[in-house]
Design a protein around this ligand. Structure first.
Ligand code: NAD
Length: 500
């Protein structure tokens, strides 16, 4: 049967790619190819950039309030179509429908934040900075911005970027993951329906060729990237070489530190969702538990008892807790990690490698996997697995736990579970990680705060959304003004002006 070939979205309409290269979009629960997506060519991406460049002056000059009203209409359309977007995300990614709906909601919250941009774009003003001299600053858009997004949040991660960029008066070219392109294309249609002028938002699915075109093109002023660390580093270095503004969010190894005074059932429940939700394919997933003191045996027993009860199956089936992983290659890579853990001497408490899901024999499933007695030299600790594999490390005290977390090159999120305010306060102060949860397993900040990690989890200076997003997508201009009376005008001077 002929499979649908997806279009690109350029200048407000579906556009046929001129690429000769295509990628298969697969339903990970069935293993079936459900559509094909063009891998945009250099000329496809150049056409998208040209459309965004042409649309920029008109959009920049549209008042922030009018821009905001269009985004508000988009928000309404997202509410109406949230189930459809969740279904697309679940179908192409594999996550459960409920989980997908939650991530669409988190994306909608960024649009809600962006609707408030007129207030946030006001700049500053100071009267009389010198005698008869005033100063004000303006936040102006920067031009054509580009977003490059990963497979694991088909709707939410693009929405970390383009609503804020557009609200600030920029135009946008989005290069979604070739594995999950449909949500981005659907959101482009909804933006048009909301009244967004043609060319302000463009979508060019693709791979390295499309990405490199965005990185090298002189009309692209800023790049937002979310994906794995090696690619993030490449994007950061290349974009910087081409003189672009850049924020590149990378991979993660997120630790949950559990102190011996933590409420055990509450903590085990929290870690379950954070480790195995979305089959562990979240950048904020808890993938390493650091059990402090004598809580380890009881905690591991609670975790394995819960993990055994998780229902694995297709994401669109009621009652399923955990869907498949994204691809057969990724499943095999995860299986390889599990084998390496066994080989390097970790204790395999639960093995998800041989799971069978009836009726879905060709799906890319892995069951929940749990390792105990893991040490920091093992591959399963050092590398991001990005699957349903939770590892437990044991340490003697909070000092050791903090040192262990701080020695890891990744620093996206972390959490501490404890009943001690003093321990939690010390942890939040000393931990070198961008997002910290205190008895909160997945501390993803709300849209009006900023999202981002430290160290190898983010290359660049500014995080996504919140005020840092506004600053990323604008540049500041400071204006110093004097209106002298004719009689007051003085002779010119060659010395450095001091106003006071
Ligand atoms: P990925 O790095 O393979 O791909 C991300 C994007 O880069 C995709 O659009 C892809 O097409 C493109 N890309 C891939 N290889 C490229 C190359 N060699 N040159 C140029 N572009 C390339 O990541 P993924 O597998 O799609 O997503 C999973 C990763 O994303 C995990 O490491 C996860 O931790 C990370 N992630 C991080 C965050 C965060 O906020 N820090 C959020 C979500 C996902």
């Amino acid at each position: 049967m002929a499979k649908t070939i997806l279009p690109l979205w350029i200048d407000g309409r579906h556009t046929k790619s001129n690429s000769s290269r295509f990628s298969e979009v697969t339903n990970p629960a069935s293993g079936e190819v459900i559509r094909h997506v063009p891998l945009s060519s250099r000329t496809d991406v150049e056409a998208a950039i040209a459309a965004a460049k042409a649309a920029f002056p008109g959009w920049r000059d549209t008042t922030p309030l009018r821009r905001s009203r269009i985004l508000n209409k988009f928000r309404e359309l997202l509410e109406t179509h949230r189930t459809e977007l969740a279904q697309l995300a679940s179908e192409e990614h594999g996550k459960t429908l409920e989980d997908a709906a939650g991530s669409v909601q988190r994306g909608i919250e960024v649009v809600e934040f962006a609707v408030g941009a007129p207030h946030l774009l006001k700049g500053e003003h100071a009267e009389n900075v010198g005698r008869g001299v005033d100063c004000h600053s303006m936040l102006q858009p920067i031009g054509v911005c580009a977003g490059i997004t990963p497979f694991n949040f088909p709707a939410m991660v693009p929405m970390w970027m383009f609503p804020v960029a557009i609200a600030c008066g920029n135009t946008f070219v989005l290069k979604p993951s070739e594995k999950v392109p449909s949500c981005s294309l659907r959101m482009a249609e909804l933006l048009k329906e909301a009244g967004l002028p043609d060319g302000v938002f463009n979508v060019v699915p693709g791979d390295k060729e499309a990405v490199d075109t965005l990185l090298e093109h002189s009309d692209v002023r800023a790049i937002s990237f979310v994906g794995s660390t090696p690619v993030a580093k490449y994007i950061y270095e290349t974009a910087a070489r081409y003189g672009k503004r850049i924020q590149a969010l990378g991979g993660a190894k997120n630790h949950a530190v559990v102190l011996s005074d933590a409420p055990l059932d509450f903590t085990a429940d929290a870690i379950m969702g954070a480790a195995y939700g979305s089959a562990g394919e979240r950048c904020m997933a808890i993938s390493a538990v650091v059990a402090v003191g004598d809580i380890a045996d009881a905690l591991v027993a609670k975790l394995s008892a819960r993990a055994e009860k998780l229902v694995v199956g297709p994401g669109d089936k009621k009652g399923v807790d955990m869907g498949p992983v994204i691809s057969v290659q990724h499943r095999d890579k995860i299986i390889g990690y599990i084998a390496s853990g066994v080989q390097q001497g970790a204790k395999l408490v639960m093995d998800g490698r041989n799971i069978k899901v009836a009726g879905h024999e060709k799906g890319f499933f892995i069951g929940p996997t749990l390792f105990d007695d893991v040490s920091t030299g093992m591959t399963i600790y050092k590398e991001e697995i990005f699957g349903p594999v939770l590892i437990v490390l044991r340490v003697a005290n909070l000092d050791e736990a903090i040192n262990l977390v701080n020695a890891n090159p990744y620093a996206n999120g972390t959490a501490i579970f404890t009943a001690s305010g003093a321990a939690a306060r010390r942890f939040q102060n000393e931990i070198e990680v961008g997002m910290v949860g205190i008895n909160v397993p997945i501390p993803v900040p709300m849209a009006f705060f900023s999202f981002g990690g430290w160290k190898s989890s983010l290359f660049g200076d500014l995080h996504m959304h919140g005020m840092e997003g506004i600053y990323f997508y604008t540049r500041t201009k400071a204006i110093t003004t004097r209106w002298p009376e004719v009689a007051e005008r003085s002779a010119s001077t060659l010395t450095m002006p001091t106003l006071s």
